[in-house]
Design a protein around this ligand. Structure first.
Ligand code: DCP
Ligand code: MG
Ligand code: MG
Length: 363
């Protein structure tokens, strides 16, 4: 069966979240800044929305420079933990579209690879439907847009997702790979940095097509065996690396929508119990214990709230997770009056289990 890989990258992620949280920002230039200990003057731009980018503002630029380019932009400080929580929920949505848990690979706070070869039966037309489904799901549940790339491997999928941004979707079928890559400047090849770009320039190699046509032995002579071989293969659109679940992630989470917006305890707790069971199953199969429990609630107006508890010691016990999740959920119900739309259960501070059995299995 043909391999089909999707890469998803969220659009202007931190700034899009800030826009979503404060709709009055929508038609303004928004710049999210990482301030240093020297205060507002010393910081660098984390990201900005597309209005700010029109003025020339870019990630990693000093905030001071951004301010001089666009004095009327709205400057906001980074809220990393908040973005991490939303990222975790986006990743839950994305992973639900992959062939299996193992066919999902988060590569940064706002992007991931999904293998969907089985889900689309190796059919690229069906892959488009899955891509649209993913975009709809993310938009409906998180009110955020993303860009999707679909290709026969990770390299092509990754480059396809940035081909049309924001809110884009680009499909590159195996037979279109050469046409897709050839005219691009070499710096667009995923994995090529400034140093390689400059070396290639000295060799008069400007496009990916020229790189693909270059003699492999000569590339090896300049870049060494590994790098030289990789350059030749990548420029030809070849990438065999598998989509691999990163088990190092420090969280296991599940989210789901209620059948309808509700405050009915029965509905809420029965869905929560399903989520708890899924999370425990995953923790057991990964042989990990957890020390923190987080419950997320998205209300009918799409506002979201999270509450966490830290346990005295790490456990992988279903009863404790049920009880802790229930306590937190009851607190949510006491403190709010709005209907619940969507809920999530997540465990964190994971520790690998040592020994074959957890203490609880003995008693
Ligand atoms: N980020 C950062 N510093 C950088 C680059 C990125 O803090 N130098 C953060 C802010 C971004 C997030 O990571 O919102 C994701 O990075 P992306 O490169 O995907 O950029 P965006 O999602 O902001 O924009 P795009 O629409 O181009 O993907
Ligand atoms: Mg992004
Ligand atoms: Mg990204």
């Amino acid at each position: 069966m043909e391999r089909v890989i999707i890469h998803v990258d969220m659009d202007y992620f931190y700034a899009a979240i800030e826009e979503r949280e404060d709709p009055s920002l929508k038609d303004k230039a928004v710049v999210v800044c990482m301030y240093s200990n020297r205060g507002e003057e010393g910081g660098a731009v984390s990201t900005s929305n597309y209005i700010a980018r029109k003025a020339g503002i870019r990630s990693a630029m000093p905030c001071r420079q951004a301010r001089s380019l666009k004095p009327d932009a709205i400057f906001l400080p980074v809220r990393k933990q908040f973005y991490e929580d939303i990222s975790a929920r986006v990743m839950d949505i994305l992973s639900s579209h992959a062939d299996s848990d193992e066919s999902f690979e988060k590569i940064s706070i706002d992007e991931a690879f999904l293998e969907i070869s089985q889900n689309c039966a190796g059919n690229f037309e069906k892959a488009i439907d899955i891509g649209l489904l993913i975009k709809n799901d993310v938009l409906e549940h998180e009110k955020l847009t993303c860009s999707v790339g679909i290709g026969p491997n990770k390299l092509i999928a990754k480059m396809a997702s940035s081909f049309k941004k924001p809110d884009g979707m680009t499909l590159v079928k195996p037979e279109d790979v050469t046409d897709f890559l050839s005219p691009m400047p070499v710096k667009k090849l995923w994995g090529i940095g400034k140093v390689t770009e400059e070396k290639l320039q000295q060799m008069s190699i400007e496009t990916i097509g020229q790189l693909a046509a270059y003699d492999a032995q000569e590339l090896i002579a300049v870049f060494g065996k590994n790098r030289g071989t990789w350059l030749k293969k990548a420029a030809s659109g070849i990438d065999e690396t598998p989509v691999t679940e990163k088990t190092a992630t420090d969280q296991i989470g599940r989210m789901a929508s209620l059948k309808e917006d509700t405050r009915d305890n029965g509905e809420i707790f029965s869905l929560m119990n399903e989520l708890v069971d899924d999370v425990i199953k995953k923790a057991v199969s990964r042989k990990v214990s957890f020390r923190s429990v987080t419950i997320t609630v998205i209300f009918s107006n799409f506002r979201m709230a999270t509450k966490s508890r830290t346990l005295n010691h790490a456990v992988s016990d279903k009863g404790i997770l049920h009880e802790t999740a229930r306590e937190i959920m009851l607190q949510f119900l006491r403190e709010s009056s709005m209907d619940f739309r969507r809920i999530g259960v997540r465990v964190g501070n994971l520790q690998q289990n040592i020994g074959q059995k957890s203490l609880f299995e003995y008693f």
